[in-house]
Design a binder for this molecule. Sequence first.
Ligand SMILES: Cc1cc2nc3c(=O)[nH]c(=O)nc-3n(C[C@H](O)[C@H](O)[C@H](O)COP(=O)(O)OP(=O)(O)OC[C@H]3O[C@@H](n4cnc5c(N)ncnc54)[C@H](O)[C@@H]3O)c2cc1C
Length: 434
Amino acid sequence: MAGRVCVIGGGVIGCAVGFELRKRGLGVTVLDKNGEVGHGSTSASCGIVRRFYSQPGMTAMAHEGAQIWGDWAGHLGPIDEELAVFRRTGMAFVLPELTDELRERAVKMQEIGVPARILTAEELQERFPWLDVASQYPPRSIDDPAFLDEGEDRRPIGGAVYEEDAGYVVSPGLATHNLRLAGEREGVRFLLNREVRSVSEGGGRRFTLELSDGSTVESDVVVNAAGPHSGRVNVLAGVTLPLKTRPLVREVHALDNPLRGTPRGQTLPIVGDLDAGVYFRPESADRALIVGTTDPPCDELEWIDDPDTARTNLSQRYRERQCLRAMRRFPELTLGPMRGVVSLYDVTVQDWYPIVDKTDRAGYYVCIGTSGSSFKTAPVLGALMAEIVTTSEAGRDVDAEPIQLELPRIGHTVDTGFLSRRRGALESSDTVIG
Ligand SMILES: Cc1cc2nc3c(=O)[nH]c(=O)nc-3n(C[C@H](O)[C@H](O)[C@H](O)COP(=O)(O)OP(=O)(O)OC[C@H]3O[C@@H](n4cnc5c(N)ncnc54)[C@H](O)[C@@H]3O)c2cc1C
């Protein structure tokens, strides 16, 4: 096949794609407008690695990802840098109701080797006595005067799905830098501080990319891995997809961990609370907790069109709705000063799952719409993108015959057609929790 690839975007996705393409023998250049890799939305990622998804293919890919994060040194090979750490804390998915579908989901997770189990409200309370297991469902809007009302019946949550070995990667930015070094060792070239301004035909190869410093790069293949700028890069390339990606504003707030320094503090798991509409996990060597949202339907979504003018200041509105919900679940939490991060998701608006595919423009591929949950699967999506590129460039039609991706660490094969641009919207709960 033709051998020169430009990957637009040096976030965790672009670096993972570049590494995998290079391992398959292609000449790879990763381009980023920032001065270092991993300084886009990846830098704000909570790095949570869990397998609780409604799509079985996603569960399997996330489980493969978990094995890779657990053997990061083995995945990368030798590099001269401290490695990102995968800290396994366990993760509880708190559910308003334990439906048959959720029980089946837990069984399917177990079938591929995820140590997931159902906990009743009492079992969850016994294991984590600091949790208040009263249901908050359905979460109310912050504008609702009854936002903080306890409700009269104080019924308990339906239960939880607990992933014993889930956890988080302590520094997503460092993990991305690790990928850069592993890529460079194999021969990936990184061109940083250069924004791709146009993607046109011509030159000696299929594509000529014009960069912000006035230079150009030619390539046979272009991969769009531009995160929240993915839609813009598609416009530069003149490519329209049947599914649309769009930037969505996110805030993650930090609160002091009241259990720090106590034996209880050492067993703090990640909590993905679909009953209350928040998630939280320990941070900064357990000094803090960070709190994000699972996008309950009562909260408006802050879609934007121009990622370059996105706000960077934290808002009182997000702080209150996220932190107050977390404080009801974990009553020892207190509010304290406002701190956290503002960033962007790149969301496939129809179903919140990534699009990893070729496009109708020959040689132009996308690994986009990674919304809020593709850090964990980045090494696997990188491998999938590399398979799609090499297979398509070798002449096979991956639309007609989607890649059957082998997941060697968990001994499973996934039909990856569910990540195609032509899939039609997948069944989804319109949240990153899937
Ligand atoms: C707040 C938050 C919390 C999250 N939490 C989790 C989590 O707990 N678990 C999980 O699995 N996932 C999580 N995610 C999702 C995950 O972090 C993202 O899916 C992933 O980091 C996206 O990586 P990316 O490489 O696609 O995008 P980015 O990191 O944004 O990288 C894209 C890069 O493209 C560059 N770029 C864009 N346009 C151009 C151009 N024209 N020319 C050159 N360069 C360009 C940008 O500078 C940027 O560096 C979270 C995301 C956010 C925002």
